[in-house]
Design a protein around this ligand. Structure first.
Ligand SMILES: Nc1ncnc2c1ncn2[C@@H]1O[C@H](COP(=O)(O)OP(=O)(O)O)[C@@H](O)[C@H]1O
Ligand SMILES: [Mg+2]
Length: 350
């Protein structure tokens, strides 16, 4: 979904600054203590009985972006995403949503934001068992006081959008896991929120269904273009749906980047472990494998852009008589020949 990446000049939808969530007694003293802030998870627990589930996290989510948060189980992903809407109360920091500091919002404003601006999709679908699909999907609208005809119309639209047309009158227990999660998606979309938040929505699904649902998210994102924050512990999923990926470990931010940045330049061994098995040619782009031009390089080879994925370029590079020039805005950035392509393919194991 890299084509949908947004420009730096746009105001972020969500800005998170110095965000902390500490669980335990007198949690608030941890972020303000120069000494306690620096302790490892274990030391902090031993000394204070506190767990810093989110430690000094900072990031921006741009309009229309799919922003993925990834990390091993227990790294703080769920806590972080719940802090964004104050389903969990942050201990310190700022969460700015569309210019408004959410940590200053009163109860009434928070309820309004949660109803109108955010929607959350969880791993466990949380459908109401005694309500049929259309009534589950329309539930949020009903709470908002939207009239019956209007509700039915909107629910019908989003049910079509998620590919559940024909199942309006079915009950949750008549549907497969994948279809139930589609209902969850439709329900989240029904209120036309500004941001969709997903907490490992597909982790309980079978691998094949899971792949379908990932494609479904990509398609939905193309069609409705919503800003999404998507949590997963699965790198393949992160690479498939995400424009950018934030990697967390023990509550802290380890690296933020696009998939190709993480694969090409992992910040440390934790990230390297995550990306180890990714077929490089599927993720890396020509800018990562090109070499500087040499004097004996012919200048009349074919041209490709720096953001073309290696796998997509393989055939044309190998077929060309001359090395390919990597060019952007008329500027020659580097050269990719058979050698560069073949070495990356060898590393990809494909
Ligand atoms: N209510 C809570 N009380 C105390 N510790 C918690 C609470 N919720 C989460 N934690 C701890 O915070 C850390 C991060 O948890 P969580 O955000 O659920 O991680 P993830 O979603 O990445 O698996 C874990 O060590 C977890 O045990
Ligand atoms: Mg979690």
């Amino acid at each position: 979904m890299h084509g949908t990446r947004v420009h730096d000049t746009q105001q972020p939808v969500i800005s998170v600054r110095n965000l902390w969530k500490v669980f335990g007694p007198k949690a608030a003293r941890v972020p303000v203590s120069a000494e306690l802030r620096e302790l490892s998870r274990r030391e902090l627990l031993d000394r204070t009985s506190c767990t810093a589930a989110v430690r000094d996290i900072e990031f921006d989510v741009a309009p229309g972006e799919v922003f993925v948060v990834m990390g091993l189980s227990g790294s703080g992903k769920s806590t972080l995403v719940r802090c964004l809407t104050r389903l969990i109360e942050p201990t310190a920091g700022e969460v700015i949503f569309e210019g408004e500091d959410i940590l200053n919002a009163d109860e009434k404003r928070l309820r309004e934001l949660r109803r109108r601006k955010f929607s959350m999709v969880f791993q466990h679908f949380g459908l109401l068992p005694h309500r049929c699909v259309v009534d589950n999907v329309a539930y949020g609208l009903e709470i908002r006081g939207v009239g019956k005809a209007e509700r039915a119309k909107r629910a019908g639209e989003v049910i079509e959008l998620v590919g559940l047309g024909g199942y309006e009158k079915a009950y949750p227990d008549q549907l497969s896991g994948g279809m139930q999660q589609r209902v969850g998606l439709a329900r989240a979309l029904a209120g036309d929120p500004d941001v969709l938040l997903f907490d490992e929505p597909f982790s309980a699904l079978d691998p094949l269904i899971r792949r379908d649902m990932q494609s479904e998210i990509c398609r939905l994102h193309r069609e409705v273009g919503k800003t999404m924050v998507f949590i997963t512990h699965d790198l393949a999923e992160a690479l498939k749906v995400g424009d950018r990926i934030l990697i967390m470990r023990d509550g802290a931010l380890v690296q933020i980047g696009t998939g190709d940045e993480l694969v090409a330049a992992p910040a440390d061994d934790y990230v390297r472990d995550f990306v180890r098995d990714v077929p490089k040619s599927h993720v890396l782009t020509l800018k990562w494998i090109m070499r500087p031009k040499r004097d004996d390089d012919p200048l009349d080879g074919p041209e490709l852009g720096p953001d073309v994925v290696v796998r997509e370029a393989t055939r044309s590079v190998l077929a060309a008589e001359k090395p390919v020039k990597v060019v952007k805005d008329g500027e020659l950035l580097g050269i990719v020949g058979d050698e560069e392509i073949l070495s990356i393919i060898a590393e990809s194991g494909s």
